[in-house]
Design a protein around this ligand. Structure first.
Ligand code: X2X
Length: 337
């Protein structure tokens, strides 16, 4: 009953445009913004976002509250992309590849074997390539991306059937890939049979054997407990993937400048901290996942890259992305096609 009364009071007060007070006496935030993501609470992305939320609340003296919805609680990535565009969600972390269904060139950072290591990733994504993609995202007018892209990691291949030791092991393999044309194209080029499935349905698709494998960084294989339904992990390192921290343009513009500055400062700093966390995890998780029963093997990346080249993957995507985008990528990472 108390809850009902309070809810009515809050709604009435909000409708009347006056500041609301909760029953405990703590003042409700003036701005409550929703941040959606597809990762478990235990992933560094959510830990760092939580820390940022606390710092933002402190520094805005409670005026701004960042509400975090992990684990696709507000819907799949495909659904949430719709919600960040129309403003039902205020912030969303999304892979550039999935974002490419709205901003085609955002997928370019996911070209197979483009980045050799983290040094080349951050040089490109904090430099010319990242700037180019952020400008393309901003052109959508509905959304924009914060300065610092967050890390997902270098993607590895897991299966329940057999290890991937050479490209031939991909032949006809039923693999889950995220919903993005570049992913489907790449795994077809490897010879596999990719199926697009949103991340929030991936565990159950693996468990019920709708697909035999998937590919994700170790931090996700661990925090999403994919080791429970996958036996082999082959360190294919076929792609680096990151999460753009996206904001709905209209809702962002509705914030006072001083609050915008505080939010952006803490979000970007949290992104940098998250990058370090993920890099550290990539060094230690292999042993942990082995102790949880996964069998690891390393591969010769050259054979996989040659397979993509022979299948015409680079030629096709160079043409799709266009000369400007492709030369921006090659200026950062060297010649690809
Ligand atoms: O869907 C995936 O595999 C994930 C979690 O890595 C992305 O968000 C692209």
């Amino acid at each position: 009953m108390a809850r009902l009364t309070r809810r009515h009071f809050t709604m009435g007060a909000a409708a009347a445009g006056v500041t609301t007070f909760s029953i405990g006496g703590a003042r409700a935030a003036e701005f409550t913004y929703k941040f959606a993501n597809n990762l478990a609470l235990t992933h560094p992305l959510n830990k760092r976002a939580q820390e940022a939320a606390e710092k933002i609340k402190d520094e805005t003296k409670g005026r701004f509250e960042l509400q975090i919805f992990p684990s696709s609680q507000l819907g799949s990535d495909t659904d949430t992309l719709g919600q960040i565009r129309n403003g039902a969600v205020d912030f969303f972390t999304l892979s550039g590849l999935i974002l490419s269904t709205l901003v085609p060139t955002a997928a370019i950072s996911g070209v197979g074997f483009a980045f050799e290591n983290y040094d080349s990733v951050w040089k490109a994504m904090d430099g010319a390539l990242g700037n180019f993609i952020r400008e393309e995202i901003a052109k959508s007018r509905q959304i924009f991306a914060f300065d610092k892209i967050w890390d997902n990691g270098f993607r590895q291949t897991t299966t329940s059937t057999k290890p991937i030791t050479s490209p031939a092991d991909f032949d006809g393999m039923k693999l889950r890939v995220p919903p993005a044309p570049l992913w489907t194209s790449m795994f077809k080029a490897f010879g596999a049979a990719p199926t697009t499935i949103n991340f929030n349905e991936t565990y159950s698709a693996l468990q019920s054997k709708v697909v035999d494998g998937q590919e994700n960084p170790l931090a996700i294989i661990d925090t999403a407990k994919l080791y429970e339904v996958q036996s082999f992990c082959s360190t294919t390192n076929h792609m680096w993937d990151g999460f753009w921290f996206l904001a709905n343009r209209r809702n962002w513009d509705a914030l006072p400048k001083d609050i915008q500055d505080i939010v952006a400062k803490h979000i970007n700093a949290a992104g940098l901290a998250e990058r370090n966390d993920v890099a550290a995890l990539e060094k230690t998780l292999r042993e942990q996942l082995i102790s949880k029963g996964m069998k690891f093997n390393d591969v010769n990346a050259t054979a996989f890259r040659d397979k993509l080249r022979a299948a015409g993957f680079y030629t096709e995507w160079k043409q799709k992305f266009g000369d400007q985008a492709w030369s921006t990528l090659e200026a950062s990472v060297g010649k690809l096609s």
